[in-house]
Each structure stands twice: as structure tokens, then as C-alpha cells.
Design a protein around this ligand. Structure first.
Ligand SMILES: Nc1ncnc2c1ncn2[C@@H]1O[C@H](COP(=O)(O)OP(=O)(O)OP(=O)(O)O)[C@@H](O)[C@H]1O
Ligand SMILES: [Mg+2]
Length: 829
């Protein structure tokens, strides 16, 4: 094996489970099984080295781009770089792993999405529950909670982690159900890092406490083990102080409105159902934040709304104040817009990865803070007062950065031009030597031209030969005796003189020393900023909060949202409610608002019928979204809204296959229904969009019927159920709290006009054939369907004793084949 492959194998062995990128000249190469993997994931050509070793490489220039792709595919990567100048190396170039990047621990902006948190989690199985801990490595947010087995999937989906740690021993025994909700990158870790004593020791040492009780944990909770394992992993991969991880917070599910995975998806909170894009989601229409910090805060707030009235009202008060104070709001937003991502900047500083540009950005934030504070000062809302109080100006740090850094420092700290004139006397002196040297050079050239009488004589510099005097061959005779030849060109000779040599030494050393000194000063400056991590992150939280609150106020102002009134009683009274997404995407004035009044007097279970395309799905979904926005502390799209506190919102819509999980369409539907039936409480809001459609008509009606009765009688929750099973309307006679509503249409000649307006009572027809026509189903099929429908309806109205099962089709017109062989499920589903 060549010495270089030896070097490769050693580095590779020290980073098990990682793809090793190995620097060779202008490329990062991968070998052996890594090369095969990388060529597959990145679509690179696979070549060989030394005859038989598979190899694939990427240009060093664009390595970030490839890193990003590898991370997205769930791989962990170690970057092994050349740590000495190849030109100067004697023998094999020295190489070291300078960076370890994993999906959950990346902190580089170019590898991350700005407005979305990047979570890393650790999972521990305990008796009938899971210990779960998560960290946002770029912001230092660190939480843990013991999660009952049946809630695990919901929590994991909420976190949508980039990477998950589990103990090696647990890897093979992870059940399929857990595996299905884990991220692509599952990292097995040595079992000792998942030991309670080890975990506790690591946490206690990091936070400098002797017990975690102060953070609100029992010392032997399963989630403490997970948190410890996570911390140890971060320390190893980031190889840094982790000062930005300031505390471990217990996550209390009851302080939050619970949204299960299906509900989050069905309501299209952050992504659409259809294509998984952000455009068209709730977040995409309500997000008016102007900073990445605010965007992440809003993202979290929507996925995890509040459940406590006081907390919600506090946010609403703040939003209301910003709504009224238009000028303050605009000024603040304008200010915030120019503020860089202080959370991620601070993390890069505290993990020793910040560039001079990053430090300058911190300085820029600090310079803007006094104006921000002045704008927030004097507000009345409690939350705003609290935010103002927590905003730390760090004047000492600002002064230091202003004095220390140039206005526009470069990205790389060893390029020079980082430290400002006047900050360090020695550096100033070295720079002076440099500058004066340049003047000297010009004077020297002029002097030599006069002395030798060669007008074209030139003093120059090149990196191999240093300084020289160049004289063309035409003047060779005039060369003075103190010139020593250094280099011969085609038409000229280059010389050196003792004076020039002396100058060279002085200037070059000064330059080298200046660069080294700048690097040293920069590192010191960075460490001083790192020492303030705590205050900076606190301030970043405040900025995120201010951005989110002003953004919600801006939303309310621009879309005419109103303040919801939160009450303890289980009611929901929305007048003239609108769907937040359609309200913005349909042409202005075309969306038809509707009232929804759920409560003891108005019926807490609304059964909504109506033709296809009438607007049932829109109506029930908008109701859920308005209730949810109210719990986020946002104003809502309605004329008025009284919202009873809700512990959970459940939504299930349409049918989706999860064939990969081995579930058929109907199986998925029933699993989702089972989850609702098992977990909904009297304080929940349940939104059902069709249930039992994926099976035969009779099975479907019966299930829908029984589910309705159960939710009504046993659970007693607020509910809306949109359905085409008109039979269910009869339930209003036996169920006290159930009311029938229908979304109306008007028939005009042969056409149907969709009014999108809700009215009491149930619909009689679905107008399915009409909608099929709109969808482009061919004419002959529509005619035939109309005939069948007319017959079926006629038969249906016969007394029950004489009725034949609905599923028998009427006879075909004579001239076709004698007997139709229709399957029994022709009209089902
Ligand atoms: N209130 C409204 N104002 C304006 N347009 C609406 C309104 N409600 C619905 N629409 C429009 O009608 C379309 C169909 O609405 P929706 O999906 O709610 O119908 P549906 O009653 O659920 O039909 P189906 O029974 O076929 O599921 C929507 O995509 C929207 O464009
Ligand atoms: Mg629908």
C-alpha cells in the first residue's frame, strides 16, 4: 500500500461510520466503499487509483455544495485536509481531519436553511416510555422530555430532526414503527455514552451544577440520559466549548396544544399535502417575519401552539399594541430587517468557527441594538416590557469590536486586513514598515535609473525570486558592478543588489509578522466575544420574539385579522371566518366568509353536507386553522372569534396511501380515526373530512355513524364532520348536540352555481355528476351515469321492505350486450 493510502486508512479508521473526504491537490477524493457511495449519492464518475482502488472526487472549490447534498442524504462527513503547504512539504503532505459535519450538528450558514430549525435528537427506550432530548446546535436550544410510547411519533414529527442518536445496543432492536418516524441519519453511539451516570456527569459538568433539579428534572429521568448522550456527541463532533448551550429545558406537553403528525400534515401547516412545498402552506401566508431568527420562532410557534390562556393573552396583547402603533411597528421592522442572524453567528463564535466577517456582523447587530431598545421602550404590554428588559446592549463588546475590526474584513482570518489601524501598536508599526517600504521602492527605482542611465530599468517582485531589478539586454553594457544576476529572461536580465536584499528581508518579515499578529489578535477578539455567548443569545431571543410579534401585527394589519377572544368554556364562535390561505390566494373579494358556532346552545357537533366542490373541506379546515392561530397568539381571519381553550386539534382529511409502511388506503384512514377516538377529550377540536370512504358504502356509513355517536356521546368534543353520507343527517333527531348544516348551491337551468355559503339543514344531493362534467369526464359516460342515478334514487325512495340493495345496477339499454356483469362494489367508495 502506498504511504498516502496508509494515511487515508488511518484517518478513515478514526472516523467510523463517516464518509471521509481526502484532500489531494485541488480535489477532495473518496476511496473504496465511500467512493461507491459518493458516486451514487452525488452522481459522480467512479474511477480507480493505483489500478484497483475505487475513487471519486469533487473539486475543493465547490466542496460546500457537495457537503450539503451528502448531509441531506443523511450522511456524516469527515473532511481531511492538507495541513501544510504541498510545495514545501518534504515527502508525504501532512493531512488532518479539520472538520466533522453531521446533519444535526452543522452550523455553517451555507449548509442550512435560514428560517427553519435544524434539530438533532437522542432517543432512549425505558419502561413504557421514551427518553427524548433535542438540541438546535445552531442556536443552543436544548430540551428534553419523557414521552409516552403512543406520543413518540407525534413528537418526532414535530421536531423533524436531521439526525438521531441511539445507543449501539438499541439499534438492532428499534421497532419498525419507531424506525419509520426517525430521520434518515440514525447514528449508533457507544453504549457508555447512554449510561445514566455518564450522562449526568457530562451535564452537571457542562452546566456547572450538582443536580438537574434546578432545571426541572428528576436526576434519574430517561430523558436525562438522552440529553447527556447528546451533549457528549456535540462535544466530540464540534470540538468546541458549547458555551451557547446554556440550559436544559423540560418540554411540558401540557403547556402546548398538541398536534399529531396527521393533523399537522392535513392542515398543511408548514408544507402542502400535494407536493410538500412551503408555498401554499399556512406558514407561507402568515409569515411576515424579516429575520431568520423570527422566521424560526414563528415556525416553532405554529407547530407547537400554546395551551395556557395567560401565555396566549400575553402574546395577543403585544401583537395588539404593535398593531395600533403603526409607526413603531414599521420602524422596528425596518431595523430588524438589517439585523443578521445573531443566533447562528453567536454559535459560530462560541464554537470557534466564526470568520472575521461573522465577528463584524455581531458588531453590526450590537450597533443597532440601542435603537431597537429605544423603539421598544415605553410599551405597555407585559411581554414587550419583559423583552425590553432582556435585551442586552453589551456596550463594552460593541466598543471592542468597533475598535478592533476593519469596516469590511475578509472572510479568511489569515488574509490580513482584519484588524483596524490604531488597535494594536505593534501591528501599526509593522504596517508602517510595509508602507514606507513601498515608497522606498519607488525612490530606489528612480535613483537607479539616474545612476545607470538606463531609462527602462524596473524594480519588480515575484513570489519565487523575490525583489529584482530588470534591465533589457540592449542596456547590458551599462550594468554597474554591484548588480548580481538573479534570473535570465529572453530579452532581459534580472539583478539583485545588497540594498534591495536588505529591503526585501525587512518588508517580507514585517508582512509575515503582521499577518501572524492579525490572526492572533482576531482569535483573541473572537474569544472575548465567545465569553459573552450567554448575553448575545439572550439578546437574539429577544430579537426573534420582537420580529415574530411585529410580523403577526403586520399580518393582522394587512389582512384585516381580528383579535380572538380566548375563553375557558369549550366553545368556538367564529363570525365571518375566512380560510387564511384561500383568503390570500383567491382574487380579492371572491372568498365567501362563513359563521361557525360550536357550543352548548348552537350544537357542538356540526355535520356538514353539500355538493362536491361546494366548500365543505375549506370550511372545516378554516375552522381548525382559526382555532390554531388563536392558540399561537395570532390574530385571526374573521370578523370576530371567541375561542374556547383547546387541548388538542385533530384533523383527518381525504385518503393517503402509506404503501411503503405496509398500510392500504383504508387501513391508513382507520388508523387515523382510531387515534382520534382514543385520544380526543372534551377539550379537543375534531375536524373530520369524510370518513369510511375507502370501503363499501354500507361499511362506510356504519362506521361513520358509530364514530359520530361516540364522539358526540362519549368524548363530547367540539367537532365538524364533512360528509356525503346524507343518511347521517337523521342523527340530529337522536343526538342533542348535533346540528346539520349544508354548503349551498343554486341550480340555474342545467348549471349549478356554487355559493360557498353555509346554511342550517342537510343537503339532499351531491351533484357528483355535474362536477364530473366540470372535470372533463366524457359526455356518454355522464349520460349513462345520470340514467343509473335516476333509477337508483327512484328505488331508494321505495318503502324499506321493497327496497333492493343499492348495489344492483339498473339494466343497460337494450341495444348493448344482453347482460351486464357489474361487480357488487360498483357504487361503493
Ligand atoms: N368560502 C369559499 N369562498 C370562495 N371559494 C371557495 C370557498 N369554499 C370553497 N371554495 C372553492 O371551492 C373549491 C372546492 O371547495 P372544497 O374542496 O371545500 O369542496 P368540498 O365541498 O369539500 O367538495 P368535495 O365534496 O368534492 O370534497 C375550493 O378549492 C375553492 O376554490
Ligand atoms: Mg372535500
Amino acid at each position: 500500500m502506498t504511504p498516502m493510502m496508509q494515511q487515508y486508512r488511518e484517518a478513515k479508521a478514526r472516523h467510523p461510520g463517516m464518509v471521509l473526504l481526502f484532500r489531494m491537490g485541488d480535489f477532495f477524493e473518496t476511496f473504496e466503499e465511500d467512493a461507491e457511495l459518493v458516486s451514487r449519492v452525488l452522481g459522480l464518475t467512479l474511477t480507480t487509483r493505483d489500478g484497483s482502488i475505487p475513487m471519486a472526487g469533487v473539486p475543493a472549490k465547490s466542496v460546500e455544495h457537495y457537503l450539503r447534498k451528502l448531509l441531506q442524504a443523511g450522511h456524516r462527513v469527515a473532511v481531511c485536509d492538507q495541513v501544510e503547504d504541498a510545495a514545501l512539504a518534504k515527502g508525504l503532505v501532512k493531512r488532518e481531519v479539520t472538520r466533522v459535519v453531521t446533519p444535526g450538528t452543522v452550523t455553517e450558514d451555507e449548509l442550512l436553511e435560514p428560517g427553519r430549525p435544524n434539530h438533532m435528537i437522542a432517543l432512549v427506550a425505558a419502561r413504557n416510555l421514551y427518553g427524548l432530548a433535542w438540541v438546535e446546535a445552531t442556536t443552543g436550544e436544548f430540551c428534553a422530555a419523557d414521552v409516552p410510547t403512543d406520543r413518540l411519533a407525534d413528537e418526532l414529527n414535530r421536531l423533524n430532526a436531521a439526525e438521531c442518536l441511539v445507543a449501539e445496543a438499541m439499534l438492532p432492536v428499534l421497532g419498525d414503527r419507531v424506525r419509520a418516524v426517525l430521520p434518515a441519519a440514525v447514528t449508533g453511539r457507544p453504549d457508555w455514552t447512554f449510561d445514566l451516570e455518564m450522562a449526568r456527569a457530562a451535564l452537571n459538568a457542562h452546566f456547572q451544577v450538582i443536580t438537574l433539579t434546578g432545571f426541572g428534572f428528576e436526576d434519574d429521568q430517561a430523558c436525562v440520559v438522552a440529553a447527556g448522550a447528546l451533549l457528549i456527541y456535540l462535544q466530540e463532533t464540534l470540538k468546541a466549548s458549547l458555551a451557547h448551550v446554556r440550559r436544559l429545558r423540560p418540554y411540558c406537553a401540557d403547556q402546548h396544544l398538541t398536534l399529531d403528525e396527521v393533523t399537522r400534515r392535513s392542515l398543511e401547516l408548514t408544507r402542502t399535502l400535494r407536493d410538500g412545498e412551503r408555498v401554499g402552506s399556512l406558514l407561507s401566508v402568515v409569515d411576515r417575519t424579516v429575520t431568520a431568527m423570527g422566521a424560526r420562532a414563528l415556525h416553532d410557534a405554529i407547530l407547537s401552539p400554546l395551551a395556557e390562556k395567560a401565555a396566549i393573552d400575553a402574546r395577543l396583547d403585544a401583537v395588539e399594541e404593535f398593531l395600533r402603533q403603526t409607526t413603531t411597528r414599521h420602524d422596528l421592522r425596518e431595523l430588524l430587517e438589517s439585523i443578521p442572524d445573531l443566533q447562528r453567528l453567536t454559535t459560530r463564535v462560541s464554537t470557534g468557527r466564526a470568520s472575521p466577517k461573522d465577528l463584524a456582523a455581531v458588531g453590526r447587530v450590537l450597533r443597532l441594538l440601542p435603537t431597537v431598545k429605544a423603539k421598544v421602550a415605553g410599551r405597555h404590554a407585559k411581554l414587550l416590557k419583559e423583552l425590553e428588559g432582556r435585551l442586552e446592549l453589551c456596550p463594552d463588546l460593541r466598543e471592542l469590536l468597533d475598535r478592533g475590526l476593519t469596516d469590511d474584513p475578509p472572510y479568511a482570518p489569515n488574509d490580513g486586513g482584519v484588524i483596524r489601524e490604531g488597535y494594536n501598536a505593534e501591528l501599526d508599526e509593522l504596517r508602517r514598515i510595509n508602507r514606507e517600504g513601498k515608497d522606498w521602492l519607488a525612490r530606489y527605482q528612480a535613483q537607479e535609473i539616474t545612476r545607470t542611465g538606463i531609462p527602462s530599468l524596473k524594480v519588480g517582485f515575484n513570489s519565487v525570486h523575490g525583489y529584482y531589478i530588470e534591465v533589457t539586454n540592449a542596456h547590458a553594457a551599462k550594468i554597474p558592478s554591484d548588480y548580481t544576476r538573479r534570473q535570465t529572461l529572453k530579452n532581459a536580465e534580472r539583478y539583485i543588489t545588497p540594498e534591495l536584499k536588505e529591503y526585501e528581508e525587512k518588508v517580507l518579515t514585517a508582512q509575515d509578522r503582521a499577518l501572524a499578529l492579525e490572526l492572533e489578535l482576531f482569535t483573541k477578539l473572537r474569544d472575548l466575544v465567545a465569553a459573552e455567548t450567554h448575553r448575545l443569545l439572550n439578546t437574539a431571543d429577544v430579537l426573534a420574539g420582537l420580529d415574530m410579534l411585529t410580523a403577526l401585527a403586520e399580518l393582522a394589519a394587512s389582512r384585516r385579522y381580528v383579535r380572538p377572544h380566548l375563553v375557558e368554556e369549550p366553545i368556538l364562535e367564529i363570525r365571518e371566518g375566512r380560510h387564511p390561505v384561500l383568503d390570500q390566494t383567491l382574487p380579492p373579494g371572491t372568498f365567501v366568509p362563513n359563521d361557525v358556532l360550536l357550543g352548548p346552545e348552537t350544537g357542538r357537533f356540526w355535520l356538514v353536507t353539500g355538493p362536491n366542490m361546494a366548500g365543505k373541506s375549506v370550511l372545516i379546515k378554516q375552522t381548525a386553522l382559526i382555532a390554531l392561530l388563536a392558540h399561537v397568539g395570532s390574530f385571526v381571519p374573521a370578523q370576530s372569534a371567541k375561542v374556547g381553550l383547546t387541548d388538542r386539534i385533530f384533523t383527518r382529511v381525504g385518503a393517503s396511501d402509506e404503501l411503503t409502511r405496509g398500510h392500504s388506503t383504508f387501513m391508513v384512514e382507520m388508523t387515523e380515526a382510531a387515534n382520534i377516538l382514543n385520544n380526543a377529550t372534551a377539550k379537543s377540536l375534531v375536524i373530520l373530512d369524510e370518513i369510511g370512504r375507502g370501503t363499501s358504502t354500507y361499511d362506510g356509513v356504519s362506521l361513520a355513524w358509530a364514530i359520530t355517536e361516540h364522539l358526540h356521546d362519549v368524548v363530547g368534543c367540539r367537532a365538524m364532520f364533512a360528509t356525503h353520507y346524507h343518511e347521517l343527517a337523521q342523527l340530529a333527531e337522536s343526538l342533542n348536540h348535533l346540528r346539520n348544516y349544508n354548503v349551498q348551491v343554486r341550480e340555474l337551468d342545467a348549471d349549478v352555481i356554487f355559493l360557498h355559503k353555509i346554511a342550517p339543514g342537510s343537503a339532499e344531493r351531491s351533484y357528483g355528476i355535474h362536477v364530473a362534467k366540470l372535470a372533463g369526464v366524457p359526455g356518454p359516460i355522464l349520460e349513462r351515469a345520470s340514467v343509473i342515478l335516476a333509477e337508483l334514487e327512484a328505488r331508494h325512495r321505495l318503502p324499506e321492505s321493497q327496497r333492493r340493495p343499492v348495489v344492483d345496477p339498473p339494466e343497460r339499454p337494450r341495444k348493448k350486450k344482453p347482460k351486464a356483469e357489474a361487480g357488487p362494489t360498483l357504487f361503493s367508495g
